[in-house]
Design a protein around this ligand. Structure first.
Ligand code: NAP
Length: 270
């Protein structure tokens, strides 16, 4: 009989992130906060970045309540200088970085024949350029310092695969590009031992989608239409994402890279 390995005796050890350091962009947002609290609860250290100082401070307070260690920087990854400043904040405080969660992003809907180019570019910049810049800054540090085992987690969406919902030429295009970036970087960086994956959620309750939970007619109609397409019969809550996030950010996923992980109640199965 084969020997029973340590990991098969203790499978949870593969999810151990105690003492590891993670940068999280969009940390003021719903997914960013969820990742920050999950990682802190698991004993990791977090560097939280976002544009909204007050909301960032609230998340930092929550991390501290959980006994976690964190540092904050009030910055979005708009430029390479921003991305490098976010990295430098983590390095100054903790001396290293083990993982990167890019949870900053947004949407501005509009029909293509009416939408100004600037709005489309703003969505692409937040959802694609920001990912590229953060990955570039952190990945360069890992490669230059010969640090293997780095984890990159980006936020895609089922919209990267589904055209459904008109008025989303910016958002869907940006998420399709995120999927492609995930795959290309995963193959480019495999030799450095860096994994790159994305989570692609369906509609989750968050600040971004708060309008779908409002009393507005368009919000109610959009939520009902989204719900009708989910086999599991409900929309997502941030907790539904955290198992996948922890998997992709821990050694448990060391042989998983370049994947778009759908957490969507079965939407893309149908
Ligand atoms: N919620 C969903 O249903 C859903 C579904 C699929 C995918 N996603 C994706 O998941 C990620 C996180 O979404 P979420 O639901 O957590 O949204 P959220 O609560 O709105 O958080 C996103 C954060 O991104 C930052 N942000 C906003 N506009 C930005 C811009 N122009 N440039 C850079 N950062 C900006 C905001 O922080 P500051 O304003 O403080 O900088 C915000 O807190 C996004 O990429 C989103 O597309 C969400």
């Amino acid at each position: 009989m084969a020997e029973i390995s340590n990991q098969l005796r203790n499978p949870l050890s593969a999810f151990d992130v105690v003492g590891k350091v993670y940068i999280i962009t969009g940390a003021s947002g719903t997914f960013g906060r969820g990742c920050a609290l999950t990682l802190a609860s698991m004993g990791a250290k977090v560097c939280l970045a976002a544009g909204s100082g007050a909301e960032l401070a609230e998340v930092a307070t929550e991390v501290a309540e959980l006994g976690g260690e964190c540092v904050t920087i009030q910055r979005r990854p708009d430029t390479l200088e921003d991305a490098e400043a976010i990295l430098a904040t983590a390095l100054d405080k903790f001396g290293t970085v083990d993982g990167l969660v890019i949870a900053s992003g947004f949407n501005k809907a509009g029909y293509i024949h009416e939408q100004p180019l600037e709005e489309w570019e703003a969505v692409m910049n937040a959802n694609v350029r920001g990912n590229w810049l953060m990955a570039k800054a952190v990945g360069k540090w890992w490669i230059d310092n010969n640090r293997r085992g780095g984890k990159v987690l980006m936020m895609s969406s089922v919209r990267g695969r589904h055209g459904n919902v008109s008025g989303y030429t910016g958002y869907c295009t940006s998420k399709g590009a995120t999927d492609a970036l995930t795959r290309v970087l995963a193959t480019e960086w495999a030799k450095y031992g860096i994994t790159v994956n994305s989570i692609a959620p369906t509609v989750f309750r968050s600040k971004l989608t708060a309008w779908m939970w409002s009393d507005s007619e368009v919000g109610q109609a959009t939520r009902a239409r989204s719900l009708a397409r989910i086999p599991l019969g409900r929309l997502g809550e941030v907790e539904d994402l955290m198992g996948m996030a922890l998997y992709l950010l821990s050694p448990a996923s060391d042989f998983c890279t370049g994947q778009i992980m759908y957490v969507d109640g079965g939407l893309t199965a149908g």
